[in-house]
Design a protein around this ligand. Structure first.
Ligand code: GUN
Length: 293
């Protein structure tokens, strides 16, 4: 079998187009322009690229983009003061504080300062609690993007065996909750899992989010499974050049799976699109209006 490759770029482009359509309606009908504020502390090059892309995509969707750059020696108090200002700004519907933060700042304290309704990352404990209890909160972007791609690929996920490899608060745990909400039978595997090949081999859906290059071997994948690879790892090739690989051994997995996301070009492009979608959702909820279709 040769898997169909899930094109995350095309999926994200399609989602962004839909979002731009919604934004147009919100402007015309309600004079509402959804606004996303991004706070970047320090000058980490990867974070700078990420924030630049967010800014560009937000504007391209017709939304307001607010960007706050702070020195990497900014105090926790000052950062929290900025977050509180954004909490109180009616033009800001979504707030994202780019992670990681410098060591001297307590990340959890900053995240818990964001008003849960504006927490478009879905990292606030109120939002993880709402996700766990089936409430209406904000859902973390990467796992939500994965679920969208899975539902597009498979339709109804009910009753399927899903294995999430990785237990981070940002991807693994919310991913497992979302799959459970879709009535999958969910296993969370991690570095201490006893027989990982066997656990992965039973899954109809494999979501790999461990951050270890090609940890999930292709020959572990059950024939006909759907594989979502969240990993983005830069590795050195034999010729000294580098390349990006996922957490799954792609070429062999693609021989067994029915469908698989590539790296790059799979899950990655979806994250920003879902962030914009979460901002539109937050803006609509703030006004008590139904989200346009
Ligand atoms: N750093 C890398 N990805 C993310 C993300 O999705 N949200 C935040 N806040 N920081 C990040």
């Amino acid at each position: 079998m040769s898997a169909s490759i899930i094109d995350g770029k095309a999926f994200a482009a399609n989602l962004k187009e839909k979002i731009a359509g919604k934004v147009k309606i919100l402007k015309e009908k309600y004079d509402l322009t959804p606004g996303l504020a991004v706070v970047l502390v320090g000058e980490d090059p990867a974070s700078q690229v990420y924030v630049r892309n967010k800014n560009k995509s937000t504007k391209a969707a017709g939304m307001n983009s607010f960007e706050y750059l702070m020195d990497d020696d900014v105090s926790e108090e000052e950062l929290i003061k900025k977050v509180n200002e954004l909490n109180n700004d009616p033009n800001v519907h979504g707030i994202l504080v780019q992670l990681p933060l410098p060591e001297h700042i307590n990340e959890a304290a900053v995240i818990e300062t964001i008003t849960p309704e504006k927490d478009v990352d879905g990292f606030h404990v109120i939002n993880s609690g709402l996700l766990a209890t089936g409430g209406k909160g904000m859902v973390p972007c990467t796992p939500l993007g994965c679920i969208m791609m899975l539902k597009d690929q498979l339709g109804n996920l009910s009753g399927l065996d899903a294995v999430v490899v990785g237990r981070s608060n940002i991807v693994g745990k919310p991913m497992a909750q979302l799959l459970l909400n879709e009535s999958c039978t969910v296993t969370i595997a991690h570095s201490r899992t006893k027989d990982l090949p066997d656990v992965v081999g039973r899954a109809d859906i494999v979501v790999a989010a461990v951050g270890v290059p090609e940890l999930v071997k292709g020959n572990w994948i059950k024939k006909g499974a759907t594989v979502i690879d969240v990993g983005i790892n830069r590795i050195q090739k034999n010729d000294g050049k580098t390349k990006l690989v996922g957490d799954v051994e792609f070429a062999v997995a693609a021989e067994r799976a029915a469908a698989i996301t590539p790296v790059p070009g799979g899950v990655g492009p979806m994250t920003i699109a879902v962030l914009l979608q979460n901002t539109v959702t937050a803006a609509c909820r703030s006004m008590g209006i139904d989200e346009p279709n």
